[in-house]
Design a binder for this molecule. Sequence first.
Ligand code: NAD
Ligand code: ZN
Length: 360
Amino acid sequence: MESQPATNKPELRPGKQRSRIEIGAALLTRTGELIHEILIGPHCAIISDANVAPLFGDRVKQILISSGFEPALITIPAGETSKTLEQVGAICDQMIAARLDRQSFVIGLGGGVVSDISGFVAAIYERGIPHVQIPTTLLGMVDSSIGGKTGVNTHDGKNLIGAFHHPSLVIDDVDLLKTLPRREFDQGFAEIIKHAIIADAEMFTTLRHVDLGNLAPLIRRNIEIKSGIVAKDELDQTGERALLNFGHTVGHAIERAGDYREFLHGEAISLGIVAACAISIKKAGLPNDQRDTVADLLNAFALPTRLPANFPRAKIFEALRLDKKFERGKIRFVVTPSIGSARLSSDVTMEDIREAIDQL
Ligand SMILES: NC(=O)c1ccc[n+]([C@@H]2O[C@H](COP(=O)([O-])OP(=O)(O)OC[C@H]3O[C@@H](n4cnc5c(N)ncnc54)[C@H](O)[C@@H]3O)[C@@H](O)[C@H]2O)c1
Ligand SMILES: [Zn+2]
């Protein structure tokens, strides 16, 4: 079966590093051929998780074998709790056993968790070997596979250890999303709505009527938005890239306060977006009705906009204090003056954040 050529051509450049990005249907079968064009092998590792490996692991393995590669399928337990240094060590041991060398490469086959940990492994194995991403979640396609941030969590917080390592190739096969549970699918829209709020008012208005049967153009647009922002601030130093953290300061704290169990990443970010809009009303002049429109759109994708009554709110504030963004006590908070634009503000106080969380 042919892939959709119309959505396949352009090469996007997230920053100085070039990643070839293919988006369309029925792309998985072309994996071997696509990799052959840019990478050597023959040894490679397919890193996947316990949910995704049974669905697509063997297929990808067979496709690679028939293209002359010698893949080792390495499966980790599914979920955020796998994003640890211990797991990185275990994966590396298996890669050594499978005789991966400097000509080898790593394929991440899974959602954002697999994307982050496989990317980190690729960044440090033999001091860095190429990374191929095959995202299997919507969030993975529009967000975690783009921008080169890889890493793992520690006891004290998310993504505290990591490296910048851009993938050489990203294969976004929209057919892989068909097995994704609804809740996991919906959470991808939190990041998409975030992209719309910070950079694309037009996309924001079209999201209500998005064609779920033809997601490739939406995925492409989101990759363009994120790549465009990353390109201006590859190493997260000037503040431009920080705009992608819209909704994430409070969102990460909520995610952690819920012990990474109560909310999926995108769900916590949905709540964080609502809080960031409340703060934007106060500190950036966001019109009230735009906050309401944002909440409506989040709800349209079954994303939460209020905290459950019994949620341990005190734990959110505890988590906020551990946030990397509060270095030296200075808060840099992303606000939106109007849908389609965002900027960093340095006059958001902890009290403003507290007030916004109280309203959730
Ligand atoms: N590096 C970045 O720039 C970046 C950006 C955003 C998010 N992230 C990270 O991404 C992670 C969240 O990613 P996620 O939401 O994709 O989570 P995930 O990787 O845990 O995937 C969600 C769940 O869906 C399952 N799954 C994945 N694909 C499936 C499919 N096609 N069919 C059936 N089940 C499937 C997984 O096994 C898992 O249980 C977080 O760790 C976050 O920190 C990183
Ligand atoms: Zn996010």
